[in-house]
Design a protein around this ligand. Sequence first.
Ligand SMILES: *[C@@H]1O[C@H](CO)[C@@H](O)[C@H](O)[C@H]1NC(C)=O
Ligand SMILES: *[C@@H]1O[C@H](CO)[C@@H](O)[C@H](O)[C@H]1NC(C)=O
Ligand SMILES: *[C@@H]1O[C@H](CO)[C@@H](O)[C@H](O)[C@H]1NC(C)=O
Ligand SMILES: *[C@@H]1O[C@H](CO)[C@@H](O)[C@H](O)[C@H]1NC(C)=O
Ligand SMILES: *[C@@H]1O[C@H](CO)[C@@H](O)[C@H](O)[C@H]1NC(C)=O
Length: 440
Amino acid sequence: MGFQALLASVLLVTTVSAQLSGSVGPTTPLSQKSHICNVLDYGGSIGSSDIGPAITSAFNNCVLKNSGSTLYVPAGNYQMQTWVDLKEGTKWAFRLDGFITRASTSGGNMIAIENANDFEFYSANSAGGIQGYGYQCRNAGPRLIRIINSQNWSLHDIVLVDSPEFHLVIQSGQNGEVYNMAIRGGNLGGSDGVDVWGNNYWIHDVEVTNRDECVTVKSPATNILVERIWCNQSGGSAIGSLSDGTAIENVVYRNIYTNGGNQAFMIKSNKGSGYVRNVQFQNFIARGTAYGLNIDQFWSSQTPGQGAGVQLQNITFSNWDGNVADGVKRPPVQLICADGAPCFDINLSNVNMWSQTNQAIVKCESAYGSGVACIKNSSSHTSYVVVTQSITQPSGYSTPTTMAGDLASGFATNAAIPTPTIPTSFFPGLPQISPLAKNQ
Ligand SMILES: *[C@@H]1O[C@H](CO)[C@@H](O)[C@H](O)[C@H]1NC(C)=O
Ligand SMILES: *[C@@H]1O[C@H](CO)[C@@H](O)[C@H](O)[C@H]1NC(C)=O
Ligand SMILES: *[C@@H]1O[C@H](CO)[C@@H](O)[C@H](O)[C@H]1NC(C)=O
Ligand SMILES: *[C@@H]1O[C@H](CO)[C@@H](O)[C@H](O)[C@H]1NC(C)=O
Ligand SMILES: *[C@@H]1O[C@H](CO)[C@@H](O)[C@H](O)[C@H]1NC(C)=O
């Protein structure tokens, strides 16, 4: 390895460890989870019309009774009508090689994992997952997977298709890793890909096709690293939406590729209180999104909070290359901060966002920092009304790279969505960080 490459790899490792507050993922390897709890031995069968009770039985009667177990759903197709809530498992794995189809419209979560510790949820053939047939019961059915208050865990190599509601929710907990996922939802709101809050999470190598959140951080959250994300005609990634008592810090997004959809990145709130601070957005590529870099603290889809505004501070955006569909209608960069809590230390460096129409404006309100024409630079931060300026093409802009397999428009909302395979690259020119389980 040459000196530059060595230096680059050393820097990479340092940055990862600096961003996360400690190790993530299960504390013991799969080799120590060799007691197999096969659903076929607990009342399940391939082709079953409801595999839920067999999963619950294998969990209660086998996993919880034998430390070091793997709950195993073998390859094959299953339907599911009874949702499962697997609580308090320690030192265990859930190997989902089979493919499960939703067959009931009950609300809740098809698979919830609660208070797990030292846990790995994966598919060894990189083809296991869930088909939600969301088009049959849009916003009136279950979410697919929710991991609640769990520690030292990972979720990987799972495919999630067309949830009636959100696909994957990570609620509180800590030290988790999510990677090598393909998520495909309908082309409409309420189809969130990954929503995460909690402490010390690493989300990487995830592909989301939908029309709502791609990979989004919610409050409260600390030490979150999101990288190598492919938002394929998605709503785009975000922090928010935020209201009273927001507490988000030490977040890094990097190597984020967004093709079409709503935004390259958005921070969204409406009034409210608390803070978002010490956040970095590095190496973004976006093509043909509606909005680009979008801070909107007057976001109309959010009920206004009690406070004067969530305080945004010390947020840097570096190395962006992208275009929006119409940069006059919707600016490639807009920083609309709360008048009751003007944002500051908002710095853009080498942010080259432009428009497919070759004409663009930028907008700022109550925003302090550097790197875009309309932002103000001052050590005092008083509110100011929106400033709109025309810009010319940034000198560092180049028509952004594409990915083979970009989707030209979203998936239909009134028909079944085909099951994807998990890609091996999620950002132009970068391989995935860990190989697919099936290739190991
Ligand atoms: C999770 O892992 C960390 C470090 O690997 C360890 O310190 C901690 O005790 C673990 N948590 C639990 C609940 O065992
Ligand atoms: C700003 O945030 C960065 C991390 O993004 C952090 O290293 C730095 O210390 C913060 N600066 C201040 C003044 O808090
Ligand atoms: C942002 O830019 C301002 C003005 O140039 C500078 O004082 C501040 O330290 C910068 N902050 C960060 C986080 O880079
Ligand atoms: C911001 O203003 C300070 C002085 O008030 C100046 O030193 C600094 O260079 C300015 N930064 C930018 C990015 O214009
Ligand atoms: C992204 O869209 C392309 C084009 O349809 C498709 O080939 C690819 O599978 C999509 N990714 C996923 C995971 O749906």
